[in-house]
Write a protein that binds this ligand. Structure first.
Ligand SMILES: Nc1ncnc2c1ncn2[C@@H]1O[C@H](COP(=O)(O)OP(=O)(O)OP(=O)(O)O)[C@@H](O)[C@H]1O
Length: 697
């Protein structure tokens, strides 16, 4: 009874604090609204004032949006100092009272650090860490940890870990932000002062995505010069981006761009291709191949014949080469350099025409003088040689005309044709010679597959991007910071595409090499990053699994030993049911799956069920699974996702499908937060014919 009264008293006390924060938040919003109305109503004089006004209105709109985003669960924590009992409330944004007193501290501010980093071993001057659970503006519960070794008093409400509570709630199909429960090892990475490249790896479910997204929010808060240039979050596919799409907005950050490779290149991949062909296309050697091909379209050691209306001028090979070298100096891409080349060539042409005119003029004068026997200059009262000025030739306008002259353009096209990135990629993929020069061995069969021309495959997109950079110059869209999730998926060519968009090399890269898909040959972060920064990147490893139960993790152990023998199993903080494998005949599979989903739904209403199968099977089962209320995912697309229950259909089939089969199965098994079931088809349909990791039992 006493405990309940104390709890109610503490909740009431916190409610008063939270009410004051909400009142302040509302006052801030309405002050901004008033400022906005005033700005809109004020008369503007001219475009500059109008621009300044529009900018002010847009900034106010954004800040109102940020304040409103913080409204939900505005405050989630509090720390009390051991020394004097002074307390600080921690929340989504910072708020100060009218007198300037801090009422709420932004979770990213330095003052909030002890909320995340203090431990009993190193309490950082904190006696009590309190978590507040809010429903909208209402305080529902408080939960305390005493860090300085003193005994809890009547107003300390020590209970279950808020982290375990957060992890045990049913999944919703969207990732939630975790600013309230970020753990010390995660927080250290999120607020790292390092501005360069940071790699964070760790097994499935160790919070890499959570860390990456909170890091993005921290970068926006703590490094304004980077924030100004924009932040990109890059993910493997749209499904994954949808899954994580709510985290940053609920942290108040709306200005982050989320993109996949098709988004960056603005081309959809419509063609599937064998894994080993995708791996060939992902090799950076193909960037050399494209560069070679481009160079082969630029003149080397050839003369250039140019016809004008009255004359033909042949520029010598060394003159043409000098123009080429100058045009390529700025590294602006083949087509833009061609325009510069044209200018240099026309300059050379005009100089030659001027020289010829001068020579012709003086020859003509000499002839005339010989014929008439008089000195023309003396007659005209002029000293020296015949001057072309006397003819009043406007060489500038001749130069302008020649730049536009289609005959000149055609002549230049013979040594420096305009290129299209698409043709360049097709050209490379069907050029036996260029491919042979940059790759060790390409078989005739591979050549036929590489040369396919119906649409683009996923691996083609990075080639297209590279070709665009070579032909039209590097993309004008770049970012101050890029967060790369599921980074183990990227090929060398895809890394090139990302690095081109981040000239400052400020990146957060998260991934797990044991989960790598089939289309990359990269097996270490060093290999991926050293071409850009050598060893200048920091590396963190996460070791605690926040998603999967101990029982499920242990079931993945044999598979992990096979696919990444040097990787340790992470440590799970939760327990649950043992994974189960159910036997089924092929014919009975769809109906058994339907009943299984129904059974799980009945036992665990409101929870998410994910059915994961090899790609072909996933298509075949789509309708059945949707009807039963589950979500079907093809195994290669399951990376990053999670469900309360996962049902793997035909684990042996997933394992055998494609070159990354065992890794796909490992990913599939680690998507479950609570329970893992497998349906293994066999001729007998008996249970126990296989283990969850897809091998015979
Ligand atoms: N500090 C935390 N507070 C609350 N939830 C957390 C925390 N850390 C991680 N989680 C949750 O644990 C689950 C796994 O996290 P996350 O998806 O970030 O792991 P991951 O390492 O990216 O996994 P994978 O390699 O499988 O993609 C998610 O539901 C995430 O919300």
């Amino acid at each position: 009874m006493g405990e309940q009264l104390d709890r109610a008293g503490q909740v009431d006390e916190e409610q008063r604090s939270v009410d004051a924060m909400h009142a302040l938040l509302e006052a801030e919003v309405s002050a901004r609204r008033t400022a906005q109305e005033r700005a809109i109503a004020a008369p503007v004089d001219g475009p500059a004032e109008r621009y300044a006004r529009d900018l002010e209105v847009a900034q106010l709109t954004e800040s109102i949006r940020q304040l409103q985003a913080a409204e939900h669960a505005l405050c989630f924590g509090r720390i009390d100092r051991a020394e004097d009992g002074e307390s600080l409330h921690i929340g989504r944004i910072g708020l100060r009272s009218e007198a300037g007193e801090p009422l709420l501290i932004d979770w990213r501010a330095e003052a909030a650090r002890p909320f995340y980093a203090a431990t009993m071993a190193a309490p950082m001057g904190v006696r009590r860490r309190r978590h507040l659970r809010l429903d909208g503006g209402r305080v529902i519960d408080v939960n305390d940890e005493i860090l300085d070794g003193t005994s809890p008093t009547a107003v300390d409400l020590v209970g279950d870990s808020p982290l375990v509570a957060a992890l045990s709630t049913a999944r919703t199909g969207r990732m939630h932000e975790a600013a309230a429960t970020l753990q010390a090892e995660q927080d250290e990475i999120v607020r790292s002062p390092h501005r360069g490249i940071m790699v964070v790896d760790g097994g499935p479910g160790t919070g890499k995505t959570i860390v990456a997204l909170h890091r993005a929010a921290y970068v926006l808060y703590a490094f304004p010069s980077i924030a100004e240039r924009g932040v990109l979050v890059f993910g493997p596919n749209r499904r994954f981006l949808t899954y994580i799409s709510e985290v940053l907005p609920s942290l108040g950050e709306n200005d982050v761009v989320l993109a996949t490779m098709p988004d960056l290149v603005d081309v959809e991949a419509t063609r599937a291709e064998p894994d080993h062909i995708a791996r060939i296309k992902g090799r950076s050697a193909l960037a050399d191949g494209l560069a070679r091909l481009v160079r082969s379209h630029q003149p080397h050691g050839v003369p250039l014949e140019l016809k004008t209306t009255h004359d033909t001028v042949t520029l010598a090979p060394e003159v043409v080469d000098a123009a080429r070298r100058q045009a390529l100096q700025g590294d602006v891409g083949h087509n833009r350099a061609r325009a510069l080349f044209t200018e240099y060539v026309v300059d050379d042409l005009v100089s030659e025409l001027e020289r010829r005119t001068t020579t012709e003029m003086s020859d003509f004068e000499e002839e005339l003088e010989a014929l008439l026997g008089i000195d023309l200059d003396r007659l005209a009262g002029v000293d020296g040689e015949a001057s072309q000025d006397e003819l009043d030739i406007d060489w500038d306008s001749i130069r302008e005309d020649l730049l536009e002259d289609p005959t000149i353009d055609r002549a230049i096209a013979r040594v420096w044709p305009r290129l299209s990135p698409e043709d360049l990629v097709r050209g490379l993929l069907s050029s036996r010679d260029v491919l042979a020069a940059v790759l060790p061995v390409v078989t005739a069969d591979d050549l036929a597959l590489l040369g396919a021309r119906d649409g683009w495959s996923s691996a083609d997109l990075a080639l297209l991007d590279e070709a665009r950079a070579l032909v039209d110059g590097a993309s004008e869209t770049s970012y101050g910071h890029i967060v790369v999730d599921e980074a183990q998926q990227l090929s060398e060519m895809e890394w090139r595409a990302l690095m081109r968009r981040c000239p400052s090399r400020s990146m957060t890269i998260v991934g797990d090499l044991a989960q790598a898909g089939p289309s990359t040959t990269l097996r270490s972060w060093d290999d991926a990053l050293s071409p850009y920064v050598e060893e200048r990147f920091v590396h963190h490893r996460l070791t605690v699994n926040y998603r999967t139960t101990t029982e499920i993790l242990l079931a993945t152990e044999p598979l992990l030993a096979e696919i990444a023998p040097d990787q340790q199993l992470s440590r799970s903080i939760r327990h649950g049911d043992q994974p189960r494998v159910l036997g089924v005949t092929d014919e009975a599979l769809p109906s058994t799956l339907g009943s299984l989903i129904a059974e799980v739904t009945q036992k665990h209403p409101g929870e998410l069920i994910g059915v994961i199968a090899a790609t072909d099977r996933s298509h075949a089962l789509e309708a059945e699974v949707a009807k039963a209320g589950g979500t079907i995912v093809a195994a290669p697309d399951a990376r990053g996702l999670e469900f309360d229950t996962v049902i793997i259909v035909d684990p042996a089939g997933v394992r055998a499908a494609g070159d990354a089969g065992p890794r796909d199965l490992y990913v599939a098994m680690t998507r479950a937060t609570k329970r893992l079931l497998s349906l293994q088809p066999s001729t007998t349909g008996r249970d126990g014919d296989a283990s969850p990791s897809g091998s015979a039992a």
